[in-house]
Design a binder for this molecule. Sequence first.
Ligand code: FAD
Length: 398
Amino acid sequence: MIDLETPEYLEKVRTAMNSLAGSMLRPIARKYDEAEHTYPAELDAFRGIQVMGRKKKKPVEGEPAKPKSDKPAAGQNLGTVVTVEEMCWGDCGLMLSIPNAGLGNAAIAAVATDEQLERFGSKWAAMAITEAGSGSDAGSITATADLDGNEWVLNGEKIFVTCADRCEAVVVWATVDKSAGKAGIKSFVVEKGTPGFTLDHLEHKLGIRASDTGTFVLANCRIPKDNILGSAEVKKSTEGFKGVMKTFDNTRPMVAAMAVGVARASLDLLKEKLEAAGAKLDHAAAPNNLPAREKDYYMMEATLDAMRLLTWRAAWMADNGEFNNTEASMAKAKAGRSGTLITQKVADLLGPLGFSRAELAEKWMRDSKILDIFEGTGQIQHLIVARNVLKLSSKELK
Ligand SMILES: Cc1cc2nc3c(=O)[nH]c(=O)nc-3n(C[C@H](O)[C@H](O)[C@H](O)COP(=O)(O)OP(=O)(O)OC[C@H]3O[C@@H](n4cnc5c(N)ncnc54)[C@H](O)[C@@H]3O)c2cc1C
C-alpha cells in the first residue's frame, strides 16, 4: 500500500523540531563554525532529548501484550529522519554535537543487553571504526582485542571519530581473531578515562566545524570482559559482522536526512533571495518560458523531494521490520550526492552572496560534502545497491 499522507503526529514532530532548530541552532550556526573545537554550551539544553535511537521497551511480565496492528507502522525511524532533517535545516554540525546523540548511542541502543544499557545507556557514545588503512572496507580493520582473564586488552588507532572530545564512551571496533577475517570483528564499549585510551588530536575540517572529530590511540587498554557488544563467539560464517553492519541500515537514512535538511536550508535561502529580487515563483508556468534561475530552482526542489522520499521509504521499511539494505543505500547515495550539488548550485545562483560569510550558503556548501562521505561514501552506496540488484557477493563485485 502506498500512502503519501504524512501522519498527524509526524507533522507535529516536524513543527516542534523546526521551531527548536530555528530558535536554538540556526542563530549560533556561524558562531561555532568559526569557533571550531569549542563545545557549544547552548546545546546543554538538549540533554535528555533523544534524537538518535532508543531501545525498544521490553514487555513487562504480567502486562498484556499490545495487539499487533495490521496497519503499516510509522514509528521511531521515520520520526528520527523527520527530526534529523529539521535539526540539520537548523545546523548540521550542531546537530551532530547534541549530547547523547552519537552514533555509538545508536549502536548501543540496537544491541546492548539490559545490564549494558543500564551502564552505558545514559552516556554520550561515539563510534570508532575507521583506521588509517581501513575506511570503506570496514572488514579490513586491524585494531585488536585479546581476552586476558576477565578483561579485553585493546590495541590500535582509530581516526576521524565524531564527538571524540565531547563523548563519554566510544564503541570501538576491533578484531578478536585476525585469521577469522570479518567473522572476528566485534564492537566494545570503552569509557573515557580508561588507562591506555588516549585522544591524540582533533582535526581541522572544511565543514561541520561545530562537530569535533578526533583520533584515538589504544595502547594495552584494558576493559571489562562484559563491555563487548553482542556475542564474543567467533563463528565460521560472517553472520556476526553482517549483524554489526546492519546498524548502517538504520543510520544511513539518518545521514540522508541530514543531507535533505542542509539542502533545504540552502534552497529556502535561494527562494527568499529570488523573491526579494522580484521573481514570482509559479509552479504552473510553462517550463520553456521560465527564466533559467527559476528553472534551476524547480529542478532542485524536485530533487529535494526525491531525496526525502527515498529517505522516508528506507526509514519506513525499518519501522516495519522490512530488510532495507538496498533502500538505505539508495537514500544515502542520492541524498549525499544531490545535497552537494544543490548547495553548490545555490551558492552559484546567489552570486557574490553565495561566497560571502554574510550568508550561510557558503557554509552549507562546505557542510554538505561530509554527508556524501561518512557512513559509507557515495561510491560505496552504489556498490551495495549494485551487489543487491545483481545478486553478487562482496567477493564477486568489489
Ligand atoms: C568529518 C568526518 C567524520 C567522521 N566520523 C566518523 C566516525 O564517527 N566514526 C568512524 O568510524 N569514521 C568516521 N569517519 C570516517 C568515514 O566514515 C570514512 O572517511 C569513510 O568511510 C571513507 O573511508 P576512507 O576515508 O578510508 O576512504 P577510502 O576508503 O580510502 O576511500 C577513498 C575513495 O575511494 C573510494 N572507494 C573506496 N573503495 C571503493 C570501491 N570498492 N569502489 C569504488 N570506490 C571506492 C571511496 O568512495 C572514496 O572516494 C568520519 C570522516 C569524516 C571526514
